[in-house]
Design a protein around this ligand. Structure first.
Ligand code: ADP
Ligand code: MG
Length: 441
């Protein structure tokens, strides 16, 4: 009988094909199969943060993969391998792995510029080369998958080269760590960790909006760093003026420095990004295939990359060349998001999603937070956003008065999940098809 780790290594081989390389490297690389008994499989991971990410984002994909390999229905759980952590509040211990490691692929060299993002890129370079000198803070905003995180990591790499201390955290992580520090009376330690850096980068800062104490803590951290001429870089899915902040003083702080946006890339830029990526993968991809892809995915570079990855995976699996036919098949099998005509009602979206997940409509707007209900709610939010383009406030209102930041977070999370989870993607598309189909529109 194969050992747990042998099975897990085989599973990693399959998972590698199904999720993007940066994701794989960040979350799955270095994980181990620890045990496998009576259909429970334990995976060893390096930190509680990784465990939580895998648990919420990749569980179904991992379980399906393991079930296939073991030939029986298998449940997966994650265990932190190193044991020298504070078990109750593992988030408080500064995880150097997470805070200070920058994705090696996210550099300025690999960032393709065009009219949609060149200002943001130049500003990020400025902040990286002369931190605290030029624009402080630097506020970068734009839609999902347009390169905000990429630019922040790029700043981190330059800082590292210059022996400067740069910390990168997501707004979510900042909040979690703050809450943990609060619970365990470690606020001083928490604050001093951030106080001593040369560059503080907080990604997706919208996540802290509406969280009073976290906002306040960030406000103080901001002031201390700013007074000491340390560089602050924040990203958000919306400009400062559209953020619903309890600390109104924070908004004006955000507007002190430079605010730049990133827009969806034009056709030329999309093509340049695809070519760059193909070169990096040392893959031959014809102009025709590049054109085909660039013309389909318009508003999200992550999805653009995802479609190229799917084509590579297909070509490997079928051991076939990347022809336009193969490309067409690879992307239509899974498909890109159909664009709705906007005529369907919010009601029908919610009804359809509830039905697809065998839930009552009231459960979607209710308080339940079990996995199925939470996922269904995310799907509903996501479909309302891409189809109706409703403001986040309105979507939150339709689904039980949830906060805009929650909605935005849910949409972003689902959009990532769709990239790595083809069955879920098919399921969401089936709902979408029903919505745009003749019987409902
Ligand atoms: P965001 O943080 O805005 O949601 P990311 O920074 O995560 O977006 O970018 C999504 C993906 O697209 C990443 O893999 C990133 O490397 C890639 N990407 C985004 N913009 C560019 C660009 N201008 N050139 C090359 N790759 C890009
Ligand atoms: Mg991001």
């Amino acid at each position: 009988m194969p050992s747990a780790d042998q099975i897990w290594q085989a599973a990693l081989g399959e998972l590698e094909l199904q999720i993007t390389r940066p994701n794989f490297n960040t979350w799955l690389k270095g994980t181990r199969g620890l045990s496998w008994a009576s259909s429970d499989f334990t995976v060893g991971v390096s930190s509680a943060f990784v465990a939580e990410y895998l648990e919420t984002n990749q569980l179904s994909l991992i379980e399906r993969t393991l079930s296939r390999l073991t030939g029986e229905h298998t449940r997966a759980s994650f265990k932190v391998m190193s044991s020298n952590r504070n078990e109750n509040c593992s988030n408080t211990s500064p995880d150097t792995c997470i805070n200070h490691r920058f994705n090696p692929r996210y550099t300025f060299e690999s960032f393709i510029t065009g009219p949609s993002n060149e200002l943001a890129c130049a500003a990020a370079m400025g902040a990286a080369r002369g931190p605290g000198k030029l624009y402080n803070p630097l506020f970068i905003y734009g839609g999902v998958g347009l390169g905000k995180t990429h630019l922040m990591h790029a700043i981190g790499h330059v800082a590292e080269k210059n022996n400067l201390q740069a910390i990168y955290v997501s707004g979510e992580q900042f909040t979690n760590e703050f809450v943990c520090a609060l619970k365990s009376n470690n606020i001083e330690e928490f604050r001093s960790r951030y106080r001593s850096v040369d560059i503080l980068m907080v990604d997706d800062i919208q996540f802290i909006s509406g969280k009073g104490q976290t906002e306040e803590c960030f406000f103080h951290t901001f002031n201390e760093l700013h007074n000491g001429s340390r560089q602050i870089v924040v990203s958000s899915d919306r400009p400062p003026r559209d953020m619903s902040l309890i600390e109104d003083r924070l908004r004006s702080r955000f507007e002190w420095g430079l605010t730049v946006d990133i827009k969806p890339p034009n056709l030329e830029t999309r093509k340049a990004i695809l070519k760059h990526k193909a070169r990096r993968e040392k893959a031959e991809v014809s102009e025709e295939v590049i054109d085909l892809l660039a013309s389909k995915d318009r508003n999200n570079i992550r999805e653009l990359e995802g479609s190229l990855n799917r084509i590579f995976a297909y070509s490997r699996l079928l051991d076939a060349e990347v022809t336009p036919e193969l490309a067409e098949r690879a992307i239509t099998d899974i498909g890109s998001h159909p664009v709705g005509n906007g005529s369907m009602s919010a009601d029908s979206v919610i009804r359809c999603v509830a039905q697809a997940f065998s839930l009552e409509i009231s459960e979607l707007s209710g308080p339940r937070r079990d996995k199925t209900t939470a996922l269904a709610r995310q799907v509903a939010m996501y479909l309302l956003k891409i189809n109706q383009n409703y403001p986040l406030e309105k979507i939150g209102g339709l689904l039980g008065g949830r906060r805009p930041a929650t909605v935005s977070h849910a949409c972003e999370k689902l959009s990532r999940e769709l990239d790595s989870n083809p069955p879920l993607k098919r399921q969401v598309e089936a709902i979408q098809d029903r919505l745009t189909g003749p019987e409902l529109s």
